[in-house]
Design a protein around this ligand. Sequence first.
Ligand SMILES: Cc1cc2nc3c(=O)[nH]c(=O)nc-3n(C[C@H](O)[C@H](O)[C@H](O)COP(=O)(O)OP(=O)(O)OC[C@H]3O[C@@H](n4cnc5c(N)ncnc54)[C@H](O)[C@@H]3O)c2cc1C
Ligand SMILES: *[C@@H]1O[C@H](CO)[C@@H](O)[C@H](O)[C@H]1NC(C)=O
Ligand SMILES: *[C@@H]1O[C@H](CO)[C@@H](O)[C@H](O)[C@H]1NC(C)=O
Ligand SMILES: *[C@@H]1O[C@H](CO)[C@@H](O)[C@H](O)[C@H]1NC(C)=O
Ligand SMILES: CC(=O)N[C@H]1CO[C@H](CO)[C@@H](O)[C@@H]1O
Length: 417
Amino acid sequence: MTDPAFNIIIVGGGIAGLAAAIALRAERRNITVLEQSPFNKEIGATISLQPNASKIVEGQWGLEAALKEQGSMVDEAFEVYNTSGTLEMRIPLSTKERFGAERMMYHRADLHQLLKTKATTAASPAPPVQIRVSSRVIGCDCETGEVQLETGEVLHAHLIIGADGIKSTLRTAVLGKEIDALPTGLSAYRMMIPTTKLLQESEFVSVISPEKSCTTMVMGQDRRLVMSPARNGSIYGVVALVPDESMHESSSHTSWTTKGDHSKMLSSFAEFPSWAQRPLHLAKDVGLWQLRDLDPLSSWCRGRVLLIGDAAHAMLPTQGQGASQAIEDAEAVGAFYEDFETKGRPESGLDVQHVNEAIFNCRYDRATTIQAYSRAAAKPATDPGSTKVKMSPAEFMEYNCSYDGALEWARRSTVVS
Ligand SMILES: Cc1cc2nc3c(=O)[nH]c(=O)nc-3n(C[C@H](O)[C@H](O)[C@H](O)COP(=O)(O)OP(=O)(O)OC[C@H]3O[C@@H](n4cnc5c(N)ncnc54)[C@H](O)[C@@H]3O)c2cc1C
Ligand SMILES: *[C@@H]1O[C@H](CO)[C@@H](O)[C@H](O)[C@H]1NC(C)=O
Ligand SMILES: *[C@@H]1O[C@H](CO)[C@@H](O)[C@H](O)[C@H]1NC(C)=O
Ligand SMILES: *[C@@H]1O[C@H](CO)[C@@H](O)[C@H](O)[C@H]1NC(C)=O
Ligand SMILES: CC(=O)N[C@H]1CO[C@H](CO)[C@@H](O)[C@@H]1O
């Protein structure tokens, strides 16, 4: 006699959704990822993982060698230049000695692709995760575990993970009302430039070495460039931040495939010195990313549904923690559901709800603190009084890097309280 299988639906095939698929994958579990987009080519970006998240992906999930083959890089320092080209600050970032792993930089498309391969490979006794693209979810009943697709199709599952990003549909189902992401006043253009092209720009390379393993920032008055290499330094990722009101673009929602207008971007940076404008001129495809975050939610779960990643706690990129927190969430989901079938029954809505609540309780404080810190770091000068963050940068560094998985964290919190 065999037990009934555990059916799981993951809504959203971004970093959070694919990571959760890997973490949950096990024998006698049917996992389906529903992704609205056709997974077309995206413009991409350098995406960084903080040491504890890189340890999960590279160590626990065994992707270190494959990521290295794609050209993963260690982020060794953070360097800030002013628009005259003077280096104003250099913060060494090497975290290996203190935290047992490095802060890593990947091309997002490479990380995404490798997570997808890991979830779907047949080389495992556990059934491969099914990924259905062009499958947009429009509604969900959290108690019955019913998911409605735009096509009218209805699917059922014992557990539903809402990993559908900042504009989450599942979040509305969990909270019973729509919670909008908050404007932050900033938008970003994103682009990837071949390093060989940049190396021909003598003015630019007299200030900045685009092959170096570090994150570089050029600070203007109210706009800045944040740049980092990917793929062994062969390609350079540039994020150009501007205040919303001066970006000349109106789109109120952006996804990984939303395009920005090249000439509008150039006019937004017309005041920058010519050396600093060179990467913007070289960019062929420009992506647009309007920076939004969420206030902490009252809950991430209801019935059979659990929210993770940006759907649960979208945060600003100032600490480079969005993808890292999504991966930590996924690891937590895997750990708390590890031997669920020996203790609980998938058919029992209550058994599933209890595990979801335990994951929420374990993850909430940490994700919320990092979210608050990311928001505070975006506006240190403008509203110093408005932040609840009490930690010093050194304490925060210790906090954001000292994480060794959800179960260890839960044990630690119990000891403290
Ligand atoms: C445009 C954009 C650019 C970004 N750039 C950077 C960057 O340069 N560096 C960085 O560190 N972080 C960046 N981030 C943030 C970072 O990607 C996220 O914090 C992190 O990857 C966690 O993502 P996630 O999987 O929770 O959400 P997402 O990456 O947003 O993934 C959500 C997925 O769900 C799908 N989806 C949404 N709604 C539905 C639905 N109703 N039905 C089915 N599928 C659905 C989406 O198509 C998407 O694939 C960016 C985010 C966005 C949106
Ligand atoms: C990156 O460098 C590693 C060696 O450090 C090599 O094995 C890999 O093939 C390179 N990948 C790319 C995309 O350049
Ligand atoms: C950049 O820093 C240098 C050295 O402190 C200074 O001389 C210069 O004026 C600064 N440039 C700008 C634009 O602030
Ligand atoms: C953690 O916090 C520190 C202090 O603010 C910040 O400089 C750093 O970028 C964050 N991430 C890591 C890995 O330290
Ligand atoms: C990368 C890594 O694992 N860093 C730290 C994670 O957290 C534990 C403590 O909880 C540290 O021992 C690790 O060094």
